[in-house]
Design a protein around this ligand. Structure first.
Ligand code: ADP
Ligand code: MG
Length: 706
């Protein structure tokens, strides 16, 4: 094979078999700086490089005639320079027109050196690769990679498709190709099959080495459509193993967790039934079922971890109260932790009221208490004088101790890391016992994913809203009609309602989003001078943000301009209108979360989704799904089908595994087979579990969890 030709057989022998496990620093071109960058990506050994897989491919295997270029296409072209010169303009550029007899194209460079300019002269032959776009005078290639051709020299085409690797600042694609080339040459033979050949699900896939070879250096005649879609059998072989590794890790976490004991908390006979009587509403049947599910796990002597999943407003808090009271009645403390001061305060309001009815003492612990207040709160938790703790991250600081903690409840769990959850779990002082854990989330997870992603937890679903909730009227309008929207906002505020105005992120940048929101607030203040307008964004100080939110809640602010920071959990029942700008750029699930900020009372609520035309087909479908559907779960399922899980859960907040190659949206069809294969490997080849996990997972996620 061509890739092996550069190394003589002797060299190869010398290098084998150790190179695979040797440090990348053994490779040519890897000094300390590059090694450091690779280490940040989790690449230490040469073999690790083989499992760093391309994101996409470029086709430089054939030359495209200039006459047949299409806009948007990436193409390798060649031609003779017709004219080259500097074009003045808003951005000065060097424009070089080349022709090949079938057509013309302009190479445009905004950054160029004098030497380049001097080489690009009329009559010179040149080949270049880049993306075709429509410029001022026909097709252009902006900053293509190019190379000058000697007269009579043929166009140089690549022997395989060119991989493009995920990378980090300062590591160029040429480096990646050079490094993976060496790894393929020296250690592909060393990569061992870890999976039994007869494993169900693997049928029809190529072997591991062949799959790696193909994925790093696809032949020109490969099925490029499948490759681009991530569904080529070679990719599926690797994806299967990666998903399997994650599945094994999840199952492993459950096994490890269940080895710990937890206090037995029997179903409460007194406190919870008393509270239930005075709630002022009766539980929905979904809530009752979930309370039963929660109580049954608490009664087990094994350490439990249960996820309560339920759309915004379905009433998860009261379930937390039932669980907390069960713990208290059994003689154990319970804590409930929220990701922000604001959400914690909401819980405080509820729990103070509820616990008073049943005479259960509570402690409030956040980062904003004075030293004296904090001392008192800690003291009460340490002695057991307070049986329930409500607060934020402050609840698990190292110096906070508990008298006898039996239950940890975490709201909006995706906002916390596993480590934070574990820090709180470790607060139980009794030897070899841990508290039960209950985590709650409003992020809907499609059913098809729940089993695979949360196999380490028991999952309860509240699939019903309390009666009498209004469907939120959702309208979609182009930006052009902003004046109309403002008028609607004005009317609502004058009628005493409260309104959110959300400026969505145009790019994933706090700074830009904050600027956009600040500008919008200024504009709305000018346009609607009689309204009291507040502003919160990701760069507001926490104290400032809370002050503004408090005013909005109490009605001292009518119109709250915000970035997506208000997305999760905020409960201001008087808000009945939300305007979301640039809705076309946002994921369905996120829009659904935002929309859930209104419609939290019996009052009619509305959501105005503004967009900048023209709408892409995809964006059109997203917005109309939202207009027609109010159920979070079906929206999540639709979102998964339309896009990937990254967008579905919001990139960083998801708490979902970071895959190298797998894409849960694209590859969900593999999940049932992966689950079965995981059970099979566990049962028949338990020794393979650790090596498979080690190959695919960063060490942290192998160790975390429990
Ligand atoms: P979430 O699940 O989003 O955390 P909450 O627990 O904040 O929802 O509940 C939303 C609102 O619905 C609260 O005001 C709560 O008191 C109310 N609520 C909860 N359960 C019921 C019910 N069964 N009937 C009527 N109202 C309910
Ligand atoms: Mg909530």
């Amino acid at each position: 094979m061509a890739v092996l030709s550069r190394v003589s057989a002797v060299d190869k022998k010398k290098l084998l078999p150790k190179l695979s496990i040797q440090s990348v620093t053994e490779l040519k071109g890897v000094g300390p700086a590059v090694a450091d960058k690779l280490a940040h990506l989790g690449i230490d050994s040469v073999q690790d490089l083989l499992f760093h897989l391309p994101l996409r491919y470029e086709d430089r295997t054939q030359r495209t005639a200039l006459g047949s270029l299409r806009s948007g296409q990436e193409a390798l072209v060649a031609g003779q320079i017709q004219v080259s010169g500097i074009r003045p303009g808003r951005r000065r550029s060097l424009a070089t027109v080349i022709g090949d007899g079938t057509g013309l194209v302009t190479m445009r460079q905004f950054h160029f050196k004098r030497a380049q300019q001097e080489n690009l002269i009329r009559g010179q032959w040149v080949q270049c690769f880049g993306q075709v776009r429509v410029g001022s005078a026909g097709f252009e290639l902006v900053h293509p990679e190019y190379q000058l051709l000697q007269s009579g020299e043929g166009v140089k085409v690549a022997p395989t498709l060119t991989p493009v690797y995920p990378t980090t600042q300062g590591l160029g694609q040429k480096t990646w190709r050079h490094l993976t080339q060496q790894a393929l040459e020296h250690c592909l033979d060393d990569v061992v099959e870890l999976l039994p050949a007869d494993l169900t699900g693997l049928e029809g896939f190529p072997g591991l080495q062949a799959a790696l070879m193909l994925v790093h250096r696809p032949d020109p005649d490969v099925d490029a459509t499948a490759l681009a879609a991530g569904t080529h059998p070679a990719q599926l072989r690797l994806v299967f193993e990666e998903l399997l590794a994650h599945q094994l890790a999840v199952v492993q976490r459950r096994i490890e967790r269940e080895q710990s004991r937890a206090p037995v908390i029997d179903a409460p006979q007194n406190l919870w039934p008393r509270l239930r009587e005075v709630l002022g509403f009766s539980l929905t049947s979904a809530q009752s079922r979930v309370v039963d599910e929660v109580l049954s796990t608490l009664a087990e002597p094994r350490s439990s971890l249960r996820l309560i999943q339920g759309d915004v407003g379905c009433g998860k808090t009261v379930i937390a109260a039932a669980a907390a009271l069960a713990a208290v009645e059994a003689g154990y403390q319970a804590v409930i932790m929220a990701p922000t001061e604001l959400l914690a305060e909401q819980h405080l309001n509820n729990f103070e009221r509820w616990l008073k009815h049943v005479d259960v003492p509570l402690a409030w612990l956040t980062g904003r208490l004075t030293a004296a207040e904090r001392r008192v709160a800690c003291q009460r938790l340490a002695t057991g004088e307070a049986m329930v703790g409500v607060g934020t991250h402050a609840l698990f600081q190292t110096d906070v101790t508990y008298h006898d903690l039996g239950l940890v409840i975490i709201d909006e769990q995706h906002r916390f890391g596993v480590h934070q959850r574990l820090a709180l779990r470790d607060k139980r002082r009794v030897d070899d016992e841990v508290p039960h854990q209950l985590v709650m989330t409003a992020t809907p997870i499609p059913r098809s994913l729940t089993m695979a992603l949360y196999a380490d937890m028991d999952v309860s679903l509240i699939d019903e809203l309390p009666p009498g909730r209004q469907v939120i009227e959702t309208v979609v309008v182009p930006n052009l009609r902003r004046a109309e929207v403002q008028e609607r906002v004005h009317k609502a505020c004058v009628a005493g309602r409260r309104v959110y105005w959300v400026c969505a992120l145009i790019e994933e940048s706090d700074v830009l989003a904050a600027e956009a929101a600040t500008d919008r607030a200024r504009m709305l203040r000018e346009a609607l001078p009689e309204l009291r307008v507040g502003l919160v964004h990701g760069r507001s100080l926490a104290s400032e943000k809370e002050a503004v939110m408090r005013k909005f809640r109490s009605g001292e602010i009518d119109l709250l301009v915000a970035t997506t920071v208000i997305e999760v959990g905020v409960d201001v029942p008087e808000a009945s209108l939300i305007v979301i700008e640039n809705a076309e750029r946002m994921g369905l699930a996120q829009l659904h979360q935002l929309r859930g900020r209104v419609g939290r009372s019996a009052e009619r609520a509305a959501c105005v989704l503004m967009y900048q035309p023209p709408l892409s087909q995809m964006a059109h479908e997203r917005l109309s799904t939202l207009r027609k559907t109010s159920d979070g779960l079906s929206i999540a399922e639709k979102d998964l089908a339309l896009r990937g899980p990254g967008e579905l859960f919001g990139t960083r907040q998801s708490g979902l595994p970071q895959y190298r190659l797998a894409n849960i949206g694209r590859h969900q069809l593999l999940l049932p087979a992966v689950q079965q294969a995981a059970a099979d490997v566990q049962a028949r080849f338990p020794d393979q579990v650790a090596p498979v996990m080690r190959r695919w997972l960063p060490c942290a996620s192998v160790l975390s969890g429990v």
